[in-house]
Design a protein around this ligand. Structure first.
Ligand SMILES: N[C@@H](CCC(=O)N[C@@H](CS)C(=O)NCC(=O)O)C(=O)O
Length: 222
């Protein structure tokens, strides 16, 4: 079997629950780049994970270890400039980095009330007024892609890091089903159809772990 490009240390069962790992996988896979996935449990004493921030994903490229999904995305984009993971236009690139940074550091209300749980259907669960402010802001970011109509259906026309960054939100909205304006709903449909999104969702369906409080309907039979 051909050696994969990188090793990616990600949380075990991360297809359902780890937005950070999902972003990284999307940035790689949609551009046809592959990584060997090394599962990691939060309780593991993994020396690689411990040697950096103690969190995943961690990308290993030979003797180089990179942690944090944004740093990893930048590294992949630099190594594969031909994959155009950032917009080629300088102003658009700055804007794309702004929304990724906003996603990376913000939307705390949404993150805590509507955790990513790929495949679960929990309409309206977790909604509150602070969460709605995050949803409204994200819908505005997604709606702004209309400027690129004709160049592609993604946030900056063609698929890039910004789309990978918002992919976990697509799953959150698929689970909690907030009302979205037309443009944002259309973007969500486009993202959900992507082969990488579909492939991991299919794999996520085989992951057994679940949080009983979040999915009471899945409680183990007596
Ligand atoms: N800012 C980091 C955050 C990574 C992160 O929080 N990962 C979670 C997995 S979803 C983790 O490793 N949690 C372990 C812990 O909190 O102990 C990134 O973007 O990579």
């Amino acid at each position: 079997m051909a050696r994969k490009l990188y090793e990616l240390v990600g949380a075990e069962e991360d297809r359902r629950f780890s937005p950070y790992c999902w972003r990284t996988r999307m940035a790689l896979a949609h551009k046809g780049l592959d990584a060997e996935t090394v599962p990691w449990r939060f309780t593991d004493d993994d020396p690689v994970v411990k040697s950096c921030a103690g969190r995943v994903p961690v990308l290993i490229d030979g003797d180089l270890t990179i942690w944090d999904s944004l740093a990893i995305a930048e590294y992949i984009a630099e190594n594969f400039a031909d994959k155009l993971l950032w917009p080629s236009d300088r102003k658009q690139r700055a804007e794309a980095r702004s929304i990724c940074a906003e996603m990376h550091a913000g939307f705390q209300a949404l993150r805590s009330a509507m955790p990513m749980n790929v495949g679960a259907r929990l309409p309206a669960r977790g909604w509150n007024i602070e969460v709605q402010k995050d949803i409204t802001r994200i819908a505005a970011i997604w709606g702004a892609r209309s400027r690129f109509a004709g160049t592609g259906p993604f946030l900056f026309g063609r698929f890039g890091v910004a789309d990978a960054y918002f992919a976990p939100v697509v799953w959150r909205f698929n689970t909690y089903e907030p009302d979205l304006p037309g443009q944002a709903a259309e973007y969500m449909r486009t993202m959900l159809k992507l082969p990488a999104m579909q492939a991991w969702a299919a794999e996520a369906a085989h992951e057994d772990e679940f949080v009983a409080d979040d999915e009471p309907y899945r409680a183990a039979p007596a």
